[in-house]
Design a protein around this ligand. Sequence first.
Ligand code: XMP
Length: 310
Amino acid sequence: MDVSKFIQEKFEEIKMAVESEKAISALSGGVDSATCTVLAHRAIGDNLKVIFIDDGLMREDEPQEVSKIFTDIGIKVDIVNAQEKFFNALKRKTDPEEKRKAFRDIFYTVFGEEVLKSGARFLVQGTIAADVIETKGGVKTQHNILEQIGIDTEKGYGFKLVEPLKDLFKPEVREVARELGLPESIHQRMPFPGPGLATRVVGEVTPERVSLVRKATQIVEEEIAHLKPFQAFAVLLCDKGTGVEKGQRKFGHIIIIRSVESKDAMTAEPTKIPWEVLMQISKRMTTEIPDVVRVAYEITPKPPATIEYI
Ligand code: XMP
């Protein structure tokens, strides 16, 4: 791929599509949304409003970190606190597809409200080729796939979509991000799914369960960073297991460590994590997160498993 030609073409396409109207972009911190936000900002400047929807499902300090990275490169980001709305939408839902659809609906409802307030008619979104292929193929409902499955965004939510990255796979998006001058913390960022930590909580997604998986994710990321896996994180199961503390029985949570190597997320292999690293993660989880009594490393490739748990 000729990266600078691609960028030039997308500048022109975005300018032509949006003309002198306003557009809005929802930054999630992931490389896809960051890249399309910078592309659109360079194409239409201040006619692009950038928001970060704080859905309560992000990693530790993510909203602040992402907003700082963008402020540093001259793009203002408004953080919209919508945590309560997302947790209400996910309440009592345990089926994975039901959770994904509930996330998608509340995401675009909150977004629709922001679009109305901003007067924007276009939504710039970082959909990539793998998202389209997997949703259309019936693997799972990726939250950002709308038009491709027949959802009319103008009728349903009041905006038109602009998706400059929809023909690219992850490695190409990283190249574009680098060429656009985004820092390494963005262009080499581990993929993080739109529905965030909700994809790593099996069963009901509550603020307490998300907070637990957030702490566990931070431990995995810290201990595994030097191995530079494609993606690594923690998962909270809804089953529990028995443990023992100070001679007393304790029935507590089970955390799964998931770490995979992949090029484009369409297939993946488990990371060969050294034993000492696994033991260190297990020790930290059970001492730093009091309700965790068991930690397991999951070694299923994709396929047959998917990378995320829902
Ligand atoms: P799976 O779990 O399907 O994930 O093997 C493949 C890649 O996609 C990410 N992923 C998502 N990204 N919205 C996104 O933007 C989603 O709904 C979504 N679901 C999964 C996942 O993290 C992995 O990199």
